[in-house]
Design a protein around this ligand. Structure first.
Ligand SMILES: Cc1ncc(COP(=O)(O)O)c(C=O)c1O
Length: 455
């Protein structure tokens, strides 16, 4: 169903969208990217694979410099959860930019209002906040706060998770971006349940979450020095491929942490603020983390992130010199406050859940129809489709992933994947009509790829 009253539909004819007037990337994209890429290095594989240049975004669409308009299944990179340039959010940032841009971490009216709003919407006593300007900085702060609170030094992380690209955030993750520098001392990695590829499984083939917890017990006893301050987890991996653990995993993990007086840090930089249909993804499993990091959709494009902790832990922020130059500046606070107000007023958590149900039905149908789809995963508007060469062997199919990515882009879908897992992150303001058009493009791109590769 389309919602003709939605702000992003006003005055626009969506029967013509996507609207492609040149090949993608087109000639203007090629020129601009050619100039920029002589100077900027270290671009992501998504950009290298399909170097398009965007000039504007509005609601659920992006337009490139050649005039091609795409349906947006990326939200930037899981960032513009409420669509591009929501007038309410853009106006709030512009007002702040005309009034006061920075006053270090002095209190401002908009900051006070944001802090109180956060405490109101976040679950169960998460009432200590510090504000930052990137997910990585918030994760680093959470690590320092956990050390300050517990007086312990070691950390547990999960092998498939991602937490940023700085020293400690890399050390609690899979990401191999230390360029040989290795993992910081006292940071240990654990395996995490991956239902499609279970490491520990029961006789019926399903993930054995008890076996995972037993292994963590064994590991703690025998591999650490029993000085573990916290375990940090991405509730659902974004970069790891939208992998969703079984429903009983996080309650068992929380109990494990409590048994050993280990803090549970949920890194919700990617999964929070509506992406999965809740303010915190952990709410799906009734688990309240001790510390949580939030970001991306928090400012809907404006760089603002936060570390949030429970009452008893928040005083430890005093011990870690927690403030930064940009954290909590008035523009950032205005963006984050307006974003929460938009989520509430437009009932977007409910919309994200409704869309999730639609995507689940559509992706189950696709899985049944395609020979290279091994698994599909959905939580709200966080989606993954895993491509494999063979449904029995489950061998990852990177070449197919690249082809599907480029083909869909050329048909008018701006999105994220680069490897064998198609990662989709549509804005939660979308309606079923546009969501369906986007999925049609993915579907067609997979069919064409299968034909080309002889399936
Ligand atoms: C779960 C998670 N944590 C931390 C980060 C790092 O955030 P940033 O890129 O804003 O530093 C990311 C970024 O993708 C993320 O997905």
């Amino acid at each position: 169903m389309s919602n003709d009253t939605a702000w992003w539909r006003q005055g626009r004819d969506f029967s013509q969208i996507p609207h492609m007037v040149t090949d993608s990337p087109g000639p203007e994209s090629a020129k601009l990217h050619g100039r920029a890429s002589k100077i900027i290095k270290g671009l992501s594989s998504q950009v290298k694979l399909h170097p398009v240049c965007f000039k504007e975004g509005y609601g659920v669409t992006l337009t490139d410099v050649d005039g091609n308009t795409y349906i947006d299944f990326s939200s930037g990179i899981y960032v513009t959860t409420l669509g591009h340039c929501h007038p309410r959010i853009s106006e709030a940032v512009a007002r702040a930019a005309h009034t006061l841009m920075n006053c270090h971490d002095f209190t401002t009216p908009v900051k006070t209002e944001l802090l109180e709003k956060m405490v109101e919407v976040l679950p169960n006593g998460l009432n200590g906040v510090q504000l930052y300007d990137s997910g990585t900085t918030a994760v680093e702060a959470a690590i320092r706060a956990a050390r300050a609170y517990t007086g312990k030094q070691e950390f547990l992380g999960f092998m498939m998770d991602f937490h940023g690209k700085s020293g400690h955030s890399v050390s609690v993750a899979k990401m191999n971006s230390t360029n040989g520098a290795g993992r910081a001392q006292g940071f240990y990695m654990l395996p995490k349940p991956y239902p499609y590829r279970p490491l520990f499984k029961r006789v019926d083939g399903a993930v054995d979450t008890d076996a995972f917890i037993d292994y963590y017990e064994y590991f703690l006893e025998n591999a650490t020095t029993n000085q573990v301050a916290a375990l940090i987890a991405e509730p659902i991996q974004g970069w790891g491929g939208s992998v969703i653990p079984p429903d009983d995993f996080y309650p068992k993990l929380k109990a494990f942490c409590e048994r050993h007086k280990i803090l549970l840090i949920a890194d919700e930089v990617l999964t929070s603020m509506g992406r999965t249909g809740k303010y915190l993804c952990m709410e799906h499993w009734g688990v309240t983390p001790d510390i949580v990091t939030i970001g991306k959709g928090f400012g809907n494009g404006f760089p603002v992130t936060a570390m949030v902790a429970k009452e008893e832990i928040k005083e430890s922020f005093e011990k870690i010199s927690a403030s930064t130059s940009y954290g909590g500046n008035p523009m950032a606070c205005a963006a984050a406050l307006a974003s929460i107000q938009v989520i509430e007023e437009e009932r977007l958590l409910e919309n994200a859940m409704r869309l999730g149900e639609f995507f689940a039905r559509r992706m189950a149908k696709m899985k049944a129809e395609h020979k290279i789809i091994g698994d599909v995963r959905v939580k709200g508007c966080l989606l993954g489709i895993e491509l494999v060469k063979n449904l029995e062997t489950k061998e990852p199919f990177d070449e197919a992933g690249k082809r599907v990515y480029r083909k869909a882009f050329k048909k008018g879908l701006a999105w994220i994947p680069a490897g064998h897992i198609l990662r989709l992150s549509p804005p939660i303001i979308m309606d079923e009509e546009i969501a369906s058009k986007g999925m049609d493009i993915v579907d067609e791109a997979i069919f064409e790829t299968e034909r080309e590769l002889g399936y």
